[in-house]
Design a protein around this ligand. Structure first.
Ligand SMILES: *Cc1c(COP(=O)(O)O)cnc(C)c1O
Length: 387
C-alpha cells in the first residue's frame, strides 16, 4: 500500500532542483581545479566562480566584488555581525549592538556571544505583535557608537516581512551598517538592494532549491569588516578557504531559476496559504495565526494552539504522514517556548503549541486540504492528553 507522505516544511529546507544538480556535476570531476591555481585547471574553475558571482551580484543589484561566498546562511550572519562589530570597535571604538528579538539563532546567538564573550553592549529593539521593528523604535535606540544593527527581513518562524527602507535611511544618517538576514526571504522576495537597501544581506542556497552548505553575504562597498576565518586570501581576504566550486555554481543556478520562476510559484503558494490561513483558525478553537496575516511570506502559515504540546503535535502529524515544524528549537526533552514567540508576548500555554506549515514548488492543493482536515482532530487529541 502507498503510504502518504506530505512534506510541508520548506522553510527548513528545500530539495535541490535537478537542473541545479546537473549544473554542479562537471565541477566535481572534469573541472575539479582549485580556482586559486595559476594553471588552466585553476583558470577554468575561477571562470565558473566569477560567472556565478556575477549572477548572485545581479540578484543583489550589486557589483561582483560586493559578494562573499560562505558555507551557509548561518555563516553569512556570523561574518556580517562579528566582522562588522569587531571592525567598528577597532576602527572607531563603537561597542553597541542593536538587534531585533525575533532573529534566527544564527544572528541572536552571535549577538549574545559578542556581548558575553567579547564585551559588546547588546540591546534589543522593541517589536510589535507581528515581530516588526518600527522606524521610531530604531531612532530611540540608535547611537553614534552603535557598531551594527541587524533586523531580519522575512521571519522564518512567523513569516512576517520587515520593510526596511526607513530603517536603512536612519542607519545611513548615523553611519551605522544595517545587516538583514534574508535567508528565508530569498526563495520568494526580491533581494535586490533597491528593495532591501541594507548594507549587508545574508542568503543561503538550500532555502531556494539549491544545495546545502553554501551561502552568500552581500557587503556594500565601503563597509568595513574583519575576517572571522583567516588563512588564504580568498573572497577579498574576508573568508579563507578553497572555494567550493560545485556548490557556488549550484547556488547561482538555483538563484537564477528562483528569480525567473518566482512569480508563478508565489501565486501558487498564495493560493495554498489562503486555504491554510482561512481553514485552520476556523476549524480549530483557541487558535491564532502568528506573524503578520497580510505582510508575510506567501508560502508560510504559522499558528499557536492554546494548551497544546507543539512537539507532540508534530510527532502525531508525522505519524499521520505530514512533515511540519514548530517554532520551538527544542526537539526532545523539556519543551521551551521559542524565543521569537516569547518576544511577541505569547504566554507559555500558547507559545508551546506552535505549528509552522510551509509549502513549496511540489505542494498540491490536496496536500494542504488533507492537512487542514486532519489537524483539528490531532489538536483535540493532544489537548485531552495534557492534564
Ligand atoms: C535557515 C535560516 C538560517 C540559517 O541558514 P543555514 O544556511 O541553514 O545556515 C538563518 N536565518 C534564517 C532566517 C533562516 O531561515
Amino acid at each position: 500500500m502507498h503510504e502518504k507522505r506530505v512534506y510541508l516544511d520548506y522553510a527548513a529546507t528545500t530539495p535541490t532542483d535537478p537542473r541545479v544538480v546537473e549544473a554542479m556535476l562537471p565541477f566535481f570531476h572534469d573541472n575539479f581545479g582549485n580556482p586559486s591555481s595559476v594553471h588552466r585547471w585553476g583558470q577554468h574553475a575561477e571562470r565558473a566562480v566569477e560567472n556565478s558571482r556575477e549572477i548572485v551580484a545581479n540578484a543583489f543589484g550589486s557589483s561582483p566584488d560586493e559578494v562573499i561566498f560562505t558555507s551557509c546562511g548561518s555563516e553569512s550572519d556570523n561574518l556580517a555581525l562579528r566582522g562588522v562589530a569587531l571592525s567598528a570597535r577597532r576602527v572607531k571604538g563603537a561597542n553597541h549592538i542593536l538587534v531585533s528579538p525575533v532573529e534566527h539563532h544564527a544572528v541572536l546567538r552571535t549577538a549574545q556571544d559578542l556581548a558575553q564573550n567579547h564585551g559588546f553592549e547588546l540591546e534589543f529593539l522593541p517589536v510589535n505583535e507581528y515581530g516588526q521593528v518600527s522606524p521610531d523604535a530604531l531612532i530611540e535606540h540608535l547611537r553614534s557608537d552603535t557598531a551594527v544593527v541587524s533586523i531580519i527581513y522575512a521571519n522564518n518562524e512567523i513569516g512576517t516581512i520587515n520593510s526596511l527602507a526607513p530603517h536603512a535611511e536612519l542607519c545611513r544618517e548615523y553611519d551605522v551598517p544595517l545587516h538583514t538576514d534574508a535567508v528565508q526571504a530569498a526563495s520568494q522576495l526580491e533581494i535586490n538592494i533597491n528593495h532591501i537597501p541594507a548594507d549587508l544581506i545574508s542568503v543561503g542556497a538550500h532555502k531556494f532549491y539549491g544545495p546545502k552548505g553554501i551561502g552568500a553575504l552581500y557587503v556594500r562597498r565601503g563597509i568595513q569588516l574583519d575576517p572571522i576565518q583567516t588563512g588564504g586570501s580568498q573572497e577579498f581576504s574576508l573568508r579563507a578557504g578553497t572555494l567550493n566550486v560545485p556548490l557556488i555554481v549550484g547556488m547561482a543556478k538555483a538563484l537564477e531559476i528562483t528569480i525567473h520562476e518566482r512569480e508563478i510559484h508565489n501565486e501558487h503558494y498564495q493560493f495554498l496559504q489562503n486555504i491554510l490561513l482561512e481553514d485552520i483558525p476556523r476549524l480549530i478553537p483557541d487558535s491564532t495565526i502568528t506573524g503578520d496575516p497580510n505582510n508575510r511570506l506567501p508560502n508560510h502559515a504559522s499558528f499557536v494552539f492554546r494548551g497544546v504540546d507543539g512537539n507532540q503535535l508534530l510527532a502525531a502529524l508525522d505519524i499521520a504522514g505530514f512533515a511540519c515544524s514548530s517554532g520551538s528549537a527544542c526537539k526532545t526533552g523539556d519543551p521551551e517556548p521559542s524565543d521569537v514567540l516569547v518576544a511577541l508576548g505569547y504566554e507559555p500555554d500558547w507559545a508551546l503549541g506552535s505549528l509552522r506549515i510551509t509549502v513549496g514548488r511540489p505542494t498540491a492543493e490536496s496536500d494542504v486540504r488533507d492537512l487542514a482536515s486532519t489537524l483539528p482532530e490531532l489538536v483535540a487529541l493532544n489537548r485531552s492528553a495534557i492534564p
